[in-house]
Design a binder for this molecule. Structure first.
Ligand SMILES: [Zn+2]
Length: 57
């Protein structure tokens, strides 16, 4: 189960204000390294990560 510490994108062009906590999330994987920050930034969990978590993936 690829649950991981929460990360979010600090990309100023990112208007998806969510955090990710599942390493299988494609959106999470698309965050460029320079914009990848740890923590939730008080943003809600990404719906894709939530689905993966709920499916136990
Ligand atoms: Zn996600």
């Amino acid at each position: 189960m690829p649950k991981m510490s929460p990360v979010h994108s600090s990309d100023p062009n990112n208007n998806r204000h969510v955090h990710h906590d599942n390493s299988a999330c494609t959106e999470q994987n698309n965050i460029e390294a320079k914009w990848r920050k740890s923590g939730t930034n008080n943003w809600p969990l990404c719906h894709h990560c939530k689905t993966l978590n709920d499916e136990g993936k």
